[in-house]
Write a protein that binds this ligand. Structure first.
Ligand code: AMP
Ligand code: MG
Length: 504
């Protein structure tokens, strides 16, 4: 029970009338551990995502009621919710770990939005479960703010992602590299099934439950594939396509996930588990956002390859579902996995052309892109450059975004000349091109310094206003927001030393 605020026993009707349909909870016992959240001391609402809440009939007025957090904090049951921690395994930094699972998260249940789509309502940071492996089951405020903001920023960018309904802060201390305030996030997603969920049963040799999970996925998440002759191959193919497209989208906005372990890979191709992620400021093809990643396994340029590695882990887990004869199953799954690079390259090239404002295709488009990245390397802000490139006028030869920041001026001048020639060959129209480029090259991204400023205000002063400000800003990353011009700048010097690690 919350020791600081007097409990408010008035009911919040919109929360109590959420019609839970707990499909995952109907799976057999080995799939999860039924467990209730452990209330956080001094829990209070830090931010409510009214836009997402509206999909479920939840309003800001509801969220502002004193009792609102009690429902998510475990101090009070939400009728119909059946909290559980999901079991999963995963390849962490290349090594298989047989027992992971929600060590600090719980699926409360599944609820429908106003369109009828079913979403998982999930708590992160809600106390220990059977899968906590000696850790405290908590999340810190710092990381919860980062996940809250970044998942909504991703959604604003049109990149598939889990989302966040609200952020709950607390007066509870949590021990990490230093003592930090604990917090909780209410995370929403169509599914929290991970590649590692299938690996869990495969590697235990529990093929019966592996099949049940496969059937569950075909029933709940991939129902359109049920009539396929080889539904699990079709499912794998779709996961490959979604994952390849997701990673191509990440690359296109300079996003580094930081911990692409197979337990953090969503079966639906959503960006899942925001830890030490970062959007790059200056372009660096081998940028590493996670300072615990000493080998650079999850560096920016390796993300496509790491997704392929994870899909190979998933393929292994799918073997028994595809064919009883493992030789045949291996060959069929290999054949599908080979499509990955085609899916990735196609998605990547579409994104490259859109970022450069090309309507037509030319064979050398990728070369032009690669040459540009070589010139930007270590010098030029990735986001600002593309946004400013969109303002180019073919009739005025002087426009040259961020020219003074390039080191090799003759080479970037030549690049700009070739770029203009390329646009002229397709009779590109300045106004139309700017409009289409501005729709894919964001003006506002969640730079580390922005998240850091919101974190400092929240930690030092209990002031959560910057979180709400950023949430509104990042929801429309492609729109000009004149009052928010300061957020379109590259990182200030003080923020260049921010270090991110897995510890959260
Ligand atoms: P992550 O690096 O956040 O993807 O977490 C990897 C695994 O460690 C998952 O099984 C998490 O549930 C678990 N885990 C991470 N942090 C904690 C924590 N503070 N308490 C319990 N389990 C945790
Ligand atoms: Mg994780």
């Amino acid at each position: 029970m919350n020791p600081i605020l007097k409990p408010d026993r008035s009911r919040i009707a919109s929360l109590e009338s959420l019609a839970f349909e707990n499909r995952y909870a109907k799976l057999p016992a080995p799939f999860f551990h039924g467990v209730s959240p452990t209330p956080l001391m001094g829990a209070h609402l830090a931010s409510f995502n009214a836009e997402l809440g509206a999909l479920f009939g939840l309003t800001r007025d509801d969220a502002n009621q004193q009792g609102f957090v009690d429902y998510f904090n475990g101090s009070r049951d939400i009728p119909g919710a059946e909290p559980l921690a999901m079991a999963y395994a995963g390849h962490q930094f290349g090594h298989f770990v047989a027992q992971l699972g929600d060590g600090r998260a719980m699926l409360l249940g599944q609820v429908r939005d106003e369109q009828g789509a079913l979403w998982d309502m999930h708590l992160k940071g809600c106390g220990p479960t059977r899968f906590s492996r000696g850790s405290d089951g908590r999340a810190v405020l710092r990381s919860s703010i980062r996940e809250y903001l970044c998942s909504e920023a991703m959604s604003g960018l049109g990149i598939p992602t889990t989302r966040a309904l609200c952020l709950i802060a607390s007066s509870e201390s949590v021990m990490r590299e230093r003592i930090e305030p604990g917090a909780m996030l209410v995370r929403m997603a169509q599914s929290h099934v991970r590649f590692g969920s299938l690996e869990y049963f495969y590697h235990r040799g529990d093929h019966e439950n592996l099949r049940k999970l496969g059937e569950y996925l075909l029933q709940e998440e991939f129902a359109h594939l049920r009539g396929e002759k080889e539904p699990y191959l079709a499912l794998f193919d779709e996961v490959i396509r979604r994952t390849a497209t997701l990673v191509a989208q990440w690359q296109g906005v300079g996003f580094c996930h930081g911990v692409m372990n197979s337990d953090n890979m969503s079966i639906l191709g959503l960006t899942l588990d925001y830890g030490p992620f970062a959007f790059m400021d200056t372009f660096e093809h081998d940028y590493i956002c996670n300072h615990s990643d000493h080998q650079g396994r999850y560096a920016y340029h390796r993300q496509p390859e790491m997704a392929h590695f994870n899909l190979a882990c998933l393929a292994t887990a799918l073997l028994p579902l595809v064919n009883d004869n493992s030789e045949i199953a291996i060959s069929l799954l290999r054949e599908r996995l080979a499509n990955y690079w085609r899916y990735f390259n196609d998605a990547h090239l579409d994104i490259v052309r859109a970022k450069l404002g090309f309507l037509q295709q030319e064979n050398d488009d990728l070369e032009l892109w690669d040459e540009l990245l070589l010139l930007m390397e270590g010098e030029v802000d990735f986001t600002l450059f593309f946004r400013q490139l969109g303002a180019l006028s073919l009739s005025s030869p002087t426009h040259h975004p961020l020219r003074s920041e390039f080191i090799d001026l003759p080479r970037i001048d030549l690049w700009m000349y070739e770029y203009r020639q390329r646009l002229q060959r397709e009779d590109s129209c300045d106004i139309d091109r700017r409009q289409s480029m501005d729709a894919v090259n964001p003006k506002y991204i969640l730079r580390n310094y922005m998240a850091e400023a919101a974190i400092r205000k929240a930690e030092d002063d209990g002031d959560y206003s910057e979180i709400d400000r950023l949430l509104t800003l990042l929801r429309s990353p492609f729109s000009e927001q004149p009052a928010a011009e300061q957020y379109a700048a590259s990182a200030p010097v003080w923020a260049q030393s921010i270090q991110l690690s897995c510890s959260s």
